[in-house]
Design a protein around this ligand. Structure first.
Ligand SMILES: *Cc1c(COP(=O)(O)O)cnc(C)c1O
Length: 424
């Protein structure tokens, strides 16, 4: 085809009744022009137009297969939900619910009541509150308890959590002033003690989620910090980041934090807990009530789909934690992961390779989870991403590694089919 044989955008668009046809034809003609200029044949433009229209209608937010070995992968949507949690979402979302209705009394109820009981049982807390995410939870805690006053936090805990978001920048938006104590590597209980003044409203502890300080370091224990706070009649707020409800590695649990003296504990719903995106606050009833009554609570509250998924996940955390996908992936015996990698390698003619999986989500940064992958040709990585569903893998030493700790058995079969298609 020569440039002057190219149809105009309108001519090509007339081949279709589709209201999106002009937009799609513009893309197709522009691409064809480039191809001709590079000496390539653009092919059948009518077929390209149809493909463009199909692509425009396909959902943009799509399911992918996570073959990276990073379990709580923030870019890939963090925690896959358990079946039981999905059932709860479907049931609540498809019709009306008692979200804010007290069925027994026949009047207004609170959306916070549905998961509060489970959270109390799981953590031993007096009260609980759920908002949109953990960043919102910490911001709300500081807004409600320290607006216009000071919050003491260790220099070693002013962290960046990813994509350039820094905890101190988020927290300043609460209207509280952060006052840094100690040094980057060493902070002592006495540093907080001397910094406490008339303006101090809260002592904040931020879990060093995604990094660890090693060498010449010191941080007061939670108990020491709680003792300092309580001697001055101040609350200790503990941002656990991921937090955990069931024991996984050395990640602190919300229960241990409360038992260690924290007055409020904030953590994420979709990190190691393995539920939906949410920010959970548990702790002293009078403080939780102050958060609940703060105007920002209305802007940051969790929606009913989140609450339904969270209730389903929390019920499993109590009764059958291994049915939560994140917990299952973290705890799966190495032999079972290896068996999956062997099967995948047999299906695609790949090689079984030892790898290291990660918890991800800024949790357990030092914990290397032994894992196994199926290694295939390096050039397949981009084609696997372009497939349907896209398969996201890791390229290392000239090969594409499909880590089997983050694939289910059924997903490993899908990955095998994807490799076959990518090779064609
Ligand atoms: C991840 C993290 C947050 C933010 O939690 P989101 O649920 O992503 O909003 C806050 N603090 C710490 C310490 C974290 O690790």
């Amino acid at each position: 085809m020569r440039l002057r044989d190219l149809p105009s955008v309108d001519e090509l668009a007339r081949q279709s009744e589709d209201p999106l046809a002009v937009e799609a034809a513009r893309t197709v003609v522009a691409r064809a022009r480039e191809q001709i200029q590079q000496g390539d044949d653009p092919g059948d433009l009518r077929l390209h137009l149809q493909a463009e229209l199909d692509a425009a209608r396909a959902p943009r937010l799509r399911r992918v297969l996570n073959a990276t070995g990073v379990i709580v992968h923030t870019n890939l949507g963090r925690a896959p939900l358990a079946e039981a949690a999905l059932d709860r979402v479907r049931e609540i979302a498809r019709g009306y619910s008692n979200l804010e209705y007290d069925v027994a009394a026949g009047g207004r109820g609170s959306r916070q009541d549905h998961v509060a009981g489970l959270l109390r049982r799981l953590t031993g807390a007096e009260a609980a509150l759920v908002v949109n995410n953990n960043a919102a939870a910490v911001m709300l805690a500081l807004a409600a308890l320290a607006e216009g006053r000071e919050v003491l936090v260790s220099r070693g805990e002013l962290i960046e959590i990813g994509d350039g978001f820094r905890i101190p920048d988020v927290l300043e938006r609460s209207g509280a002033t952060l006052r840094e104590v100690g040094t980057t590597n060493r902070t002592r209980a006495a540093d907080y003690e001397t910094a406490i003044g008339a303006e101090t409203a809260v002592l904040l502890r931020v879990h060093q989620s995604n990094f660890r300080l090693v060498g010449f370091t010191a941080q007061p224990s939670r108990r020491e910090l709680a003792d300092v706070a309580h001697r001055h009649d101040l609350p200790l707020v503990d941002d656990l980041g991921s937090g955990a409800l069931v024991d996984v590695g050395d990640e602190p649990t919300a229960r241990a934090s409360l038992a260690g003296g924290a007055d409020l504990v904030c953590f994420s719903g979709d990190k190691l807990l393995g539920g939906p995106q949410a920010g959970i606050v548990v702790g002293r009833a009078d403080l939780v009530e102050q958060l609940r009554r703060h105007p920002l609570q209305r802007a940051l509250r969790a929606d009913k789909l989140t609450l339904a998924a969270l209730e389903g996940t929390l019920a499993l955390a109590l009764e059958a934690p291994d049915q939560i996908p994140v917990v299952r992936m973290l705890r799966e015996p190495l032999e079972a992961v290896r068996a999956r990698a062997v099967r995948l390698a047999e299906l695609v003619g790949g090689e079984v390779e030892e790898t290291v999986a990660r918890a991800g989500g800024g949790a357990l940064p030092l914990t290397a989870l032994p894992s196994f992958a199926c290694a295939v040709e390096e050039e397949l990585a981009a084609k696997l991403r372009a497939g349907d569903p896209p398969v996201i893998a890791v390229v290392r030493d000239g090969r594409t590694l499909l880590d089997c700790r983050t694939l289910t058995d059924a997903e490993a079969d899908e990955a095998a089919a994807a490799v076959e298609r990518a090779r064609r």
